[in-house]
Design a protein around this ligand. Structure first.
Ligand code: S3P
Length: 180
């Protein structure tokens, strides 16, 4: 069974994914990184050159490929991996369906203040459009909140917590979720 980490930019998906991978002994893959390696250019470059819709198509294809289970990561079977998804990955219902097929979807959340601190100058996040303010982050977060919540099987708050602690919490909640 896969574990998909979803949530807004800067909630800590990448760092939590690493901690979770170590703790659960599962290979982890960052969907954005996968796209960048295949495309041979950065996410801002893809957005600028081909537009957001083209990026979303690459994202859907990447999620499909990663969830298909017929590839290898670090020499381990790609069956049962941790997918750290980009913040917009669950905006397409078909991606949610793919992630849920053989996986549990874990929503990570953080306050806008935490996100603001974590996204820095925002240059690597084209959807922010250079408007790296609490107001803009809060608005975008609110716009996406219902979609994130509907996609999530489990929700974990990340503010002020260490990745290892969050990883432990996720595993505990997954265990409970599987028993239900
Ligand atoms: C996006 C989030 C980014 C990346 C792309 C679009 C979004 O990933 O996929 O810039 O729409 O929220 P992170 O959440 O890892 O920053």
């Amino acid at each position: 069974m896969n574990i998909a980490l979803i949530g807004f930019m800067g909630v800590g998906k990448t760092t939590v994914s690493r901690a979770l991978g170590r703790r659960a002994g599962m290979p982890e893959v960052e969907v954005d990184q996968w796209i960048v390696e295949k495309a041979g250019c950065s996410i801002p470059e893809i957005f600028e050159r081909d537009g957001e819709a083209a990026f979303r198509d690459l994202e859907t294809a990447a999620i499909q490929e990663l969830c298909s289970g017929d590839f290898l990561i670090n020499g381990k079977a790609g069956n049962g991996i941790i997918l750290s998804c980009g913040g917009g990955a669950v905006l397409r219902p078909e991606n949610v369906k793919t992630l849920k097929k053989d996986g549990v979807v874990v929503l990570l959340t953080a306050r806008p203040e935490t996100v603001l601190r974590r996204v820095g100058d925002g240059k690597s996040r084209p959807v922010l459009g250079g408007e790296v303010t609490i107001l803009h982050i809060t608005e975008l977060m609110e716009k996406r909140r219902a979609v994130y919540e509907a996609a999530a099987d489990i929700t974990v708050v990340t503010d002020g917590r260490k990745p290892e602690e969050i990883a432990g919490d996720i595993l505990k909640k997954i265990e409970q979720y599987r028993k239900e």
